[in-house]
Design a binder for this molecule. Structure first.
Ligand code: G
Ligand code: G
Ligand code: MN
Ligand code: NA
Length: 261
């Protein structure tokens, strides 16, 4: 239908843009970075969320050039924040970028990433690539190789939507990941006070396992101060959610980072 025919030329027409949602340190509340979230400003339908067009982009193959564009824009933005901070005076703001499974199997991933980091002068450890847990289920060595290469360079790999059903905790050891992003459903179950005791135990167990494997834990979908406090007590490291900020323009992220410096 309409979206399918408009999608292939949307990139050339400059109709995509990126919003940034802060990642906040749960211990001290400081802004540590942001996740890049792509949107499509469609000439007739207005702003479309990625759920509306990422599956289409994956199906048509546009996800490879679109994903490369998102990566380049986001890393450029991280560089711009750094420059606006007078170097890293406020501490480096890190950038998280989502990777679709199709990008993982595309042979240009490592080289494109290296080139973008070199062109922008951004250090690999300022970049975190988010891959969903389901994309890596049963992943063979060929699929993991590019991620391993990137991890060896210092790029962080995060397992997104972690805990949504397929988790094989033993499998974690063989994945080149350094961050677990706990799925929003865990945060939602911290809504009631006291939270469900079984959910508390599960999160406690995941955090303890993650830390014992040297992985950091990020929580998504934090909407209230009570959730943030509960997750902080459970030992989670970083949080993201409407309680802190909705996804927004890059200037907003910089204001938030300055405000708490
Ligand atoms: O806030 P939001 O509606 O933006 O995100 C919806 C979903 O779209 C999330 O699962 C997010 O991971 C995904 N998403 C957002 N931006 C990108 C992107 O640049 N690439 C890919 N592959 N997924 C994205
Ligand atoms: O990559 P991922 O699937 O985790 O993308 C994050 C998604 O979560 C985006 O759609 C983003 O807009 C959404 N989101 C971010 N913060 C919140 C929140 O506090 N509550 C809810 N319900 N959704 C959120
Ligand atoms: Mn994500
Ligand atoms: Na997620």
């Amino acid at each position: 239908h309409g979206l399918t025919t408009a999608l292939p030329t949307a990139l050339d027409r400059g109709e995509f843009f990126i919003e940034y949602q802060p990642l906040v340190h749960l211990g001290d509340g400081s802004v540590r970075g942001a996740e890049a979230l792509v949107r499509w400003l469609h000439p007739q339908h207005g702003v479309l969320s990625p759920d509306r067009f990422i599956p289409l982009a994956e199906h048509t193959g546009l996800i490879v050039p679109l994903g490369r564009w998102v990566l380049e824009q986001s890393v450029r933005q991280a560089r711009a924040w750094r420059d606006a901070n007078g170097g890293d005076a406020l501490g480096p703001l890190r950038i998280n970028v989502n990777l679709s499974p199709c990008q993982l199997t595309h042979p240009g991933l490592v080289q494109d990433t290296v080139e973008i980091l070199e062109r922008t002068g951004v250090a690999p450890d300022a970049l975190c690539l988010e891959v969903t847990e389901s994309a890596l289920i049963g992943a063979d060595d060929d699929l993991l190789k590019p991620l391993r290469r990137l991890a060896e360079m210092g790029v962080d790999i995060a397992l997104d939507d972690f805990g949504t059903g397929y988790s094989n905790l033993a499998n974690l050891r063989r994945l080149p990941v350094s961050v677990l992003k706990l799925d929003r459903s865990f945060t939602q179950s911290m809504q009631q006070f006291p939270a469900d005791p079984v959910d508390l135990k599960i999160v406690e167990g995941i955090v303890s396992l993650a830390h014992s494997l040297d992985l950091a834990v990020t929580v998504e979908g934090v909407e209230t101060g009570a959730q943030a406090e509960q997750l902080r007590i459970l030992g989670c490291d970083t949080a993201q959610g409407w309680y802190y900020a909705r996804p927004g323009p890059p200037e907003r992220l910089h204001e938030l980072a300055l405000a708490d410096a």
